[in-house]
Design a protein around this ligand. Structure first.
Ligand code: ZN
Length: 254
């Protein structure tokens, strides 16, 4: 077993992607998996994804979609809202709260917002707002203050997800896309760094392969994993309230 830690995020009820990523992590021999949240939402297999996450991840944080199960979803677009309503319907336990359903539900209800380890911070979205704020490359042009504030709140390295777009913000306010990194490896510098680990179950950087990172002794490495998205797509299309867009985007990585 290596001393590497895998960091995954934004699974979004995509069991095929999650299985492929876990297999890859096991093949690498990582000693621990940290999950930055959004286990559910958008996809067809929330219960199975929660089971795998509960069993395999040492740390699991709360994402905005996990959080949305427990409150009215007024601030979601119709696609995301439909998926949350579907997820709540199949996951919410009945009045007699016992068994696996209740265990999953209470697990999701009590997910923490952040995790710190030495000078590393783990959150779903941003050090400024662990649940909801989007840190985007375009913010470096249009909203630099937001990135500067997020770096200020970063102890040294912050790991985030939420945008489904992998990449690294450095203290000189540059964004490093994994495709431009040699072997997907970003060596940590002395300054502060925010690492977006990308998304397992719904990548949006025009690459449909599942994405995650491993933390290595002196940096972070991006991994991309092929998975059978056609199976996920056909489950989405044959399953209740989903629209074609939710299936279609998996094939395009959007
Ligand atoms: Zn997400």
């Amino acid at each position: 077993m290596s001393d590497r830690i895998a960091v995954i995020s934004d699974i979004h009820s995509n069991l095929e992607a999650l299985h492929a990523v876990i297999d890859h992590i096991d093949a690498l021999g990582c000693r621990e998996i940290v999950c930055l949240g959004d286990i559910v939402g958008y996809g067809p297999d929330p219960e199975a994804c929660v089971d795998v996450t509960m069993e395999r991840c040492g740390v699991v944080l709360r994402g905005n979609h996990d959080d949305a199960l427990f409150r009215p979803v007024l601030d979601f677009n119709p696609v995301a809202r439909n998926a949350i309503n579907f997820t709540r319907k199949i996951m919410k336990p009945g009045l007699v709260r016992a068994g696996k359903k209740a265990k999953r539900w209470e697990f999701l209800r009590h997910l923490p917002l952040q995790h710190s380890r030495g000078d590393w911070l783990f959150v779903h979205a941003s050090p400024n707002d662990p649940l909801k704020e989007y840190l985007l490359k375009t913010d470096l042009l249009f909203c630099r203050e937001k990135i500067i504030e997020a770096l200020d709140r970063t102890p040294r390295i912050a790991f985030v997800g939420h945008t489904h777009i992998p990449g690294v913000f450095d203290e000189r306010l540059r964004f490093h896309e994994p495709r431009n990194l040699e072997d997907g490896f970003y060596p940590f510098e002395s300054g502060k760094t925010i690492v977006n680990v990308g998304s397992v179950g719904q990548p949006r950087d025009h690459d449909p392969r599942a994405c995650f990172v491993t933390i290595e002794s002196d940096g972070v490495r991006y991994h991309r994993v092929d998975y059978d998205f056609r199976t996920t797509q056909s489950k989405i299309l044959s399953n209740g309230p989903f629209d074609d867009f939710s299936a279609d985007r998996l094939g395009r990585g959007q």
